[in-house]
Design a protein around this ligand. Structure first.
Ligand code: ZN
Length: 314
């Protein structure tokens, strides 16, 4: 079965793996990407500049798709870009700027640590629970919460639930990071050193821009819930992101992907003010009886590549 001709939407990519970049959940290889592009149909994939032109002229039609890469990950330029170049395909690259200016993004660093240094996630969980109890904190999940989580996410294992419960409800961000940093230190790992294999450089952004790709906004520090920030905080997030991209590429960014799909009326106001004309969500919702819709140019749908991989297997 061919990829269905849904409303105009982006295909959303995150992690890729090869010998140099370790596999982790959701990561695909260059061959997987190659197959996926053929499944979608190369001729249907619009270059980002064409996407923006059709959007402005109200000419995007069902079946149109574009490619989007989030989070400025080095594995994307090292693994996915050569595949795109083989076919002359161009994409949107949504980058958050903090990591270009020396900020270390723990979410990504911790993921890298988990996938690179552990054969399976349970080995990591055992170490994590041990460290948590060393800090004198009980590591059992609340049975009620555990039951609810398993009902909401039936694919979670007992350890998944216990880990998430500890991370999100017991430790919360600061203590969670303290524990993770202690584990990294025990292993003799340096986050600055690790970050070199995780994120692109300004040179990569310039190269992409100069070869017909489009660099888009994705905030400065990649907050987990941007919509919870004040107008001013949101404005700072996007203003700093905007200035960085402009410095690196010489272009005014015209597109955005909402980090963790988080935005509100203030966000859209800020983006309009910055001259952005196109924004992407990270799912195909909201859905109506007629199927998915694009609410407006700032809330365009995207399909996660993982869902397309599932469709290909059917
Ligand atoms: Zn992101």
């Amino acid at each position: 079965m061919a990829y269905p001709k849904k409303i105009p939407h982006g295909i959303m990519f995150h992690h890729f793996y090869n010998e140099a970049h370790p596999w982790g959940q959701g990561a695909i290889s260059a061959d997987d990407l190659n197959d996926l592009l053929h499944y979608i149909g190369l001729e249907r994939i619009l270059p980002p500049l064409e996407w923006l032109k059709r959007l402005k002229e109200n000419k995007l039609k069902n079946g149109d798709v574009c490619l989007t890469f989030d989070d400025a990950l080095l594995c994307q330029t090292e693994i996915a870009l050569p595949v795109l170049e083989k076919y002359g395909l161009k994409a949107f690259w949504f980058v958050y700027s903090g990591v270009f200016e020396g900020r270390l993004e723990n979410l990504e660093l911790y993921r890298f640590f988990r996938v690179k240094y552990f054969d399976n996630i349970d080995d990591f969980y055992q170490l994590f629970f041990k460290k948590v109890s060393e800090f004198g904190i009980a590591t059992e999940a609340d049975p009620e919460v555990e039951k609810k989580m398993l009902a909401d996410f039936p694919f979670y294992s007992a350890n998944d639930v216990r880990f998430r419960f500890l991370r999100d409800k017991v430790l919360r961000k600061d203590n969670y990071e303290k524990i993770m940093d202690a584990i990294l230190k025990d292993r003799g790992l340096n986050k600055k050193e690790m970050s070199k294999s995780l994120w692109m450089s300004n040179k990569d952004l310039k190269y992409l821009n100069d070869s017909g790709h489009v660099i888009g906004l994705h905030s400065y520090s990649h907050p987990t819930s941007l919509a919870d920030l004040s107008f001013k905080e949101q404005f700072d997030e996007y203003k700093k992101n905007y200035s960085h991209i402009k410095r690196a590429t010489g272009q005014n960014p015209a597109a955005v992907a909402h980090p963790v799909n988080s935005y509100n009326k203030n966000t859209l106001k800020i983006l309009r003010k910055l001259g952005v004309i196109c924004g992407f969500r990270s799912n195909m919702f909201p859905k109506t009886k007629m199927g998915a819709i694009n609410a407006n140019a700032f809330e365009m749908a995207r399909e996660d590549h993982a869902n397309i991989v599932k469709m290909m297997e059917m």
